[in-house]
Design a protein around this ligand. Structure first.
Ligand SMILES: NC(=O)c1ccc[n+]([C@@H]2O[C@H](COP(=O)([O-])OP(=O)(O)OC[C@H]3O[C@@H](n4cnc5c(N)ncnc54)[C@H](O)[C@@H]3O)[C@@H](O)[C@H]2O)c1
Length: 366
């Protein structure tokens, strides 16, 4: 059905360049159009890669209405994710949307409603899903070796890595580190345990570093209005809890290892930069054998030279070509978004939030 997959990109900033680098290496895939509210940015980027045939727009709606596109890659900042995705899905286009899925639970619900109505493929760009070491985490849990999982400690972040640009302003990013990096460790563990329903969230957030000119340049410190750290205690269906923390800046070298405790075994995932699929050492399983406490190392998978970002886009292109289901389905990312949104809500109201499932249940069961 799709011999040639025609791609349109919305948002021609940092991540769009990675999309371009990957897309131009794929056979039978062509970037036909691109849009950016800052037209010059789009122009500069296509010029850099000698893609002078790509039709450029300032208005993404015009691009979608005028150009024949099979797949829209949405690479805008977070607050535009939902609007662009819904417009593209309503026009019956396949969509690959960058992470985090969006900003709020309501936006995620609206995206999934549009997806269901369109019958088109929708995926969220979580490239660590294609990392072999990440896949191993799910394999270990699915093997039953850990028994019933009941406690997870996860998160991550940096001692000092505060982004700038559109990432630090609520108007463009909507949320700070919780959405930007937090979506990754949440996905790493939730995907591994088949995304149980989140029930309650007790969240905390702060912005001591981003707003401080000692740690951030003065202009950025003055306009910084998102969180640079968050922590949460999350209850999931099936009597499982997650102890979560994420940071762009802190006085600590790492947030420590991810640990997953089960009734038959525990899994240690050495401190990760899971957003680029990196795990700092072999996974380790702790269990009892013949009455002895033993530890078993799972050797690191040998990485190939193919970038995860390439695999991510390729998986979506192939799913479209073969009429397969989405490689990163929306209903999973909905729960990821619900948790992120409720960490922020809980932190702002200063108390635990019980997640309202009335609309979500209706959506999932429809
Ligand atoms: N998967 C990854 O590894 C990864 C890495 C970096 C960023 N991201 C995600 O990608 C998204 C973009 O990040 P970035 O670093 O490219 O940001 P950026 O600010 O560099 O680029 C965003 C671009 O979108 C454009 N834009 C915004 N609204 C638009 C609209 N309505 N129509 C057309 N253009 C619009 C902006 O003008 C800007 O050029 C973010 O959601 C971020 O979380 C993902």
């Amino acid at each position: 059905m799709y011999n040639l997959v025609k791609v349109g990109i919305i948002g021609m900033g940092g991540i769009a360049e990675s999309y371009i680098r990957n897309l131009i290496q794929m056979e039978n895939v062509e970037i036909v159009s691109a849009a950016d509210i800052c037209f010059q940015k789009a122009k500069n980027l296509v010029n850099k890669y000698n893609l002078n045939y790509v039709k450029l727009y300032e208005d993404y709606k015009k691009m979608i209405d005028e150009v024949k596109i099979d797949l829209v890659c949405i690479c805008t900042y977070n607050t535009q994710h939902a609007e662009c995705a819904i417009y593209a899905l309503n026009k019956k286009l396949n969509v690959l949307l960058e992470k985090p899925m969006c900003v709020t639970t309501n936006e995620a619900i609206d995206i999934i409603k549009a997806e269901k109505k369109s019958g088109k493929l929708f995926a969220v760009g979580m490239q660590p899903r294609f990392d072999e070491n990440m896949k191993m985490i799910k394999k270990v849990i699915e093997s039953g070796e850990l028994g019933k999982v009941y406690y997870i400690q996860t998160g991550g972040g940096c001692r000092r890595d505060i982004p700038n640009g559109t990432f630090i302003d609520k108007k463009t990013a909507g949320i700070g580190v919780t959405g930007d990096l937090g979506c990754y460790p949440l996905d790493m563990v939730l995907h591994a345990i088949n995304y149980p329903k989140p029930l309650t969230v007790s969240g905390f957030k702060s912005s001591y570093f981003g707003t401080n000119k000692i740690y951030n340049n003065l202009n950025d410190a003055l306009r910084f209005n998102v969180e640079d750290f968050s922590a949460a205690f999350i209850r999931l269906e099936g009597d499982i809890v997650i102890d979560f923390r994420i940071s762009w800046a802190m006085h600590m070298d790492s947030m420590g290892d991810t640990i997953i405790l089960g009734t038959k075994g525990g899994l240690r995932i050495p401190s990760t930069k899971c957003w680029n699929g990196s795990i700092s050492g072999p996974l380790k399983i702790y269990k009892d054998k013949e009455g002895q406490q033993i530890e078993v190392e799972v050797p690191m998978c040998v990485k190939d030279n193919v970038r995860l970002s390439y695999k991510k886009i390729k998986a979506v292109v192939e799913a479209i070509r073969n009429s397969d289901s989405s490689p990163i389905p929306s209903y999973e990312m909905l729960y990821n978004q619900v948790i992120i949104d409720n960490i922020i809500k809980s932190a702002e109201q200063g108390s635990e939030v019980k997640i309202d499932f009335s609309e979500i249940n209706e959506l999932v069961n429809s």
